[in-house]
Design a protein around this ligand. Structure first.
Ligand SMILES: O=C(O)CCC(=O)C(=O)O
Length: 276
């Protein structure tokens, strides 16, 4: 149960720093994977744990082949909460980012339907940088942990990262998760060496990608949905930076947030790990 401990090595860190992503060993045992797959079913059929409401109102897309995504699944599901707030994930992130403490920025529950070979862009995730959405954060030193709940590769719409693109800085207009024309986005962003690396994961493995790493994903040609749980993690002292482009997390700082305020209220941004 829980995330299987793993000590990040110097070589893992070197890969993360150099490539902008790192593939972990298997972090979940088969029983936890099964329970998270059930958690998906519960979330999509609106069976919620606890007494609260979801982060926002959500419903299934009309197109059955469209991507399903919910942010902050941990608010309404105990299994998801246990994984995305697990100390071991925080410890790995702390080592990769070289930060003393790690909090949850938010999570994502992502379901990409299988098309059984049908060509459609409905499940695509456009090439984007996560920080393209997170500009209110005082730091780009954040990481996304994408946990596979089945074996995942390009045949079932697995993610691809652009090698070394975290060194390009925060690129203008990179908040393009929901744009589904990969070719058009590539033409826009591939102004430097564009090397697409498939994230090939066994069930229970995770890819850790830097907030500035370009990534995206294409069609799930299989007949089964591609399920994942994703934790976006930040340094413990991340604060609000005043920028034009806002983010929903700002609401969690209260009605009148002030630049410099830390995203550190435990009930919204749980602390996963702090070095002793
Ligand atoms: O699930 C995908 O294909 C992409 C997810 C993503 O963009 C992310 O986790 O940052």
């Amino acid at each position: 149960m829980g995330v299987i401990p793993y000590d990040v090595t110097e070589e893992d860190k070197r890969r993360f720093d150099e490539d902008g992503y790192w593939i972990s060993p298997k972090l979940l045992d088969d029983d936890t994977i099964r329970r998270l797959r059930e958690a998906h079913e519960r979330v999509w059929s609106k069976k919620h744990d606890g007494h609260g409401l979801p982060f926002y109102d959500y419903s299934l897309p009309e197109n059955p082949l469209a991507l399903r995504k919910l942010d902050n699944g941990w608010w309404i599901n105990d299994e998801i909460r246990a994984v995305v707030t697990d100390r071991e994930l925080g410890k790995m992130a702390s080592e990769l980012l070289d930060e003393a403490a790690i909090r949850l920025w938010h999570d994502q529950v992502i379901y990409k339907p299988g098309t059984s070979g049908q060509e459609t862009k409905a499940g695509n995730v456009g090439w984007h940088q996560d920080y393209g959405y997170w500009r209110v954060s005082s730091t780009t030193n954040m990481v996304t942990v994408w946990i596979a709940l089945q074996d995942t590769d390009l045949s079932n719409g697995g993610m691809m990262t652009i090698l070394g693109s975290h060194k390009w800085g925060a690129v203008e207009g990179s908040d393009t998760f929901f744009e589904q024309d990969m070719g058009k986005l590539k033409a826009k962003f591939a102004t430097r060496d564009w090397v697409e690396e498939p994230c090939i994961l066994k069930a229970g493995q995770a890819s850790f990608h830097h907030a500035l790493t370009f990534h995206g994903s294409g069609t799930n040609y299989s007949s089964e949905p591609r399920l994942s749980v994703v934790a976006h993690l930040m340094p413990g002292d991340t604060h609000f930076r005043d920028v034009r482009q806002k983010h929903d997390n700002l609401r969690l700082l209260g009605g009148r947030p002030v630049p410099g305020m830390r995203f550190d209220r435990d009930e919204y941004f749980p602390l996963l790990y702090a070095k002793e």
